[in-house]
Design a protein around this ligand. Structure first.
Ligand code: C2O
Length: 494
């Protein structure tokens, strides 16, 4: 007996010790604490009223019997589909302010999961769903419940949100259904330029009939590039791991920077800020398309590295009001397959998939301020402020995910809007744009000290510039917006 008791004590002590040491094996998925939410925003209070504990239930996948919901491109909706969506949104707007389905209350859910907002369960820090591997997952869950609620309001279980097909030339403006000022889908803070052209990645121009086709082509290039940059592995595509107690902003995937960021910025004043973004109904179409890109990425190749087995990723959970007026906890493992959630995206052409990357000639490179310093002996010293172009030679290395470029320790005030581009070039040869870092501004009373990184899969870009046989490549960082507000810690290939 005594021996047994000692053994039990020892086992308990070991488990306790392991917990203290946080040795690998102890799972650490993030989840929000519904009873601790602080709004850090001087203008918006995004914290929802607390919900009694007994009313929180785990999400259950629905039975097969309900009709498959087909999400269609917003610019191609039939009149009937558009009216339905308008009516559902109008009903949502008409609900009392304190109703969990109320339009503004729903918009605030997005706000509650960024900079400030919910604390992490059991941790002394808040939960941030942007700039990490939960960017795609959280937004998928959010849209899922939003769609179900709209369907409930109009008593139509087949109701599907439209997606903003901005990766196709016919979707590269604000779709017509969002434009009528008397419509529930209208938002008065939209920018007039967005009615002519929506920018996916540094493709702004003067929006004349002559320049728009070129700008659209540039958008397709951006789409192609950002997709390729995240092609080789799940971690590249989704973004960096983010576990309980981790600092926020470990780094988002390429698509989160662009097209995601520029579209927020060029759509409307509400869309520009994370805390008000979901007050523009077009937010849900924008994120529908982001979500659709996830499904496309998944389908394109059966590459094993895309199967995501990390338990901290799959066991992360979020809280939402559902269409039955229940406050539910949904786990990431429940949302990995859209069919199981009851919806799919209509198949439409992907004009960006097969296009060729533009290789800039050597001549254009000489415009950059930095100097080519010869192999390895670069005179550039990190960390540095990104006030002008920075050009460094970087030694190549092939890791598990192919060749991956890391721009590390990017430091900024999370309230600032920052944008810089990254080029990969051949030493003494041409270069291609390989990706960019775009951070959207936020409102907060105090400085948000943010340290993050940018990772780009560069295998294909290296081939495109013809540097496959070389030991070194030239990496150029080009500030687009507020370079002087960002510090870069280093550039390497891993
Ligand atoms: Cu949660 Cu497009 O941002």
């Amino acid at each position: 007996m005594a021996l047994q008791a000692t053994a039990t004590h020892a086992a308990v002590a070991i488990v306790f010790l392991l917990m203290q040491l946080e040795l690998p094996g102890r799972s650490k998925p993030v989840s929000p604490d519904p009873y601790r939410c602080v709004s850090d925003d001087p203008l918006v209070d995004c914290c929802p009223p607390p919900v009694p504990k007994k009313n929180i239930v785990n999400f259950k996948l629905e039975s097969k019997s309900s009709p498959l919901r087909v999400r269609r491109p917003a610019h191609a909706l039939t009149l009937e589909e558009a009216r339905k969506y308008e009516r559902a949104t109008a009903l949502m707007r008409a609900l009392p302010d304190d109703h969990p389905w109320n339009f503004l209350t729903q918009a605030n859910v997005h706000c509650a999961y960024c900079s400030g907002g919910y604390y992490q369960q059991g941790q002394e820090m808040t939960l941030e769903i942007h700039n990490s591997w939960h960017f795609f997952t959280w937004h998928r869950a959010y849209l899922y419940f939003y769609e179900r609620i709209l369907g409930k309001l109009i008593n139509d279980t087949s109701f599907a949100l439209p997606f903003w097909n901005w990766d196709h030339p016919s979707g590269m403006t604000i779709p017509p259904i969002y434009r009528r000022p008397s419509s529930s889908l209208f938002n008065p803070t939209r920018y007039p330029t967005a009615l002519k052209f929506i920018n996916l990645g540094d493709c702004e121009g003067n929006n004349t009939p002559e320049s728009i086709p070129k700008q659209k082509q540039c958008n397709l290039q951006a789409m192609h590039r950002q997709f390729i940059a995240g092609f080789n592995s799940s971690l590249l595509f989704f973004g960096s791991p983010y576990r309980a107690a981790d600092q926020p902003y470990p780094g988002g995937g390429p698509i989160e920077s662009s097209p995601h960021g520029p579209i927020h910025i060029s759509t409307s004043a509400d869309m520009e800020y994370m805390d008000t973004a979901a007050r523009d109904p077009i937010f849900f179409a924008h994120h529908g398309n982001i979500d659709r890109l996830w499904t496309i990425w998944e389908r394109i190749s059966m590459n094993k590295s895309r199967v995501f087995k990390d338990k901290d990723f799959l066991d992360a959970s979020f809280l939402f009001w559902d269409e039955n007026m229940q406050f539910v906890r949904i786990f990431v493992r429940d949302i990995m397959d859209t069919r199981k959630l009851g919806y799919v995206y209509e198949e439409v052409p992907l004009p960006w998939m097969k296009i060729k990357t533009l290789v800039e000639k050597e001549g254009r490179q000489s415009k950059s301020a930095g100097k080519d310093e010869g192999h390895g002996k670069s005179r550039v010293t990190f960390p540095l402020k990104l006030q002008s172009d920075v050009r460094v030679n970087v030694r190549r290395r092939v890791g598990k995910e192919g060749e991956k470029l890391v721009v590390s320790d990017i430091e900024l005030d999370g309230r600032d809007y920052v944008w810089f581009k990254v080029y990969i070039g051949r030493v003494g040869g041409g270069r291609v744009e390989a990706g960019c870092f775009v951070h959207l501004e936020r409102r907060a009373k105090e400085r948000i000290h943010m340290v993050t990184k940018l990772q780009i899969g560069i295998t294909q870009f290296i081939e495109e510039v013809g540097a496959d046989g070389d030991d070194w490549v030239v990496v150029t960082l080009v500030p687009v917006v507020a370079g002087d507000k960002v510090i870069v810690g280093g550039v390497m290939i891993v």
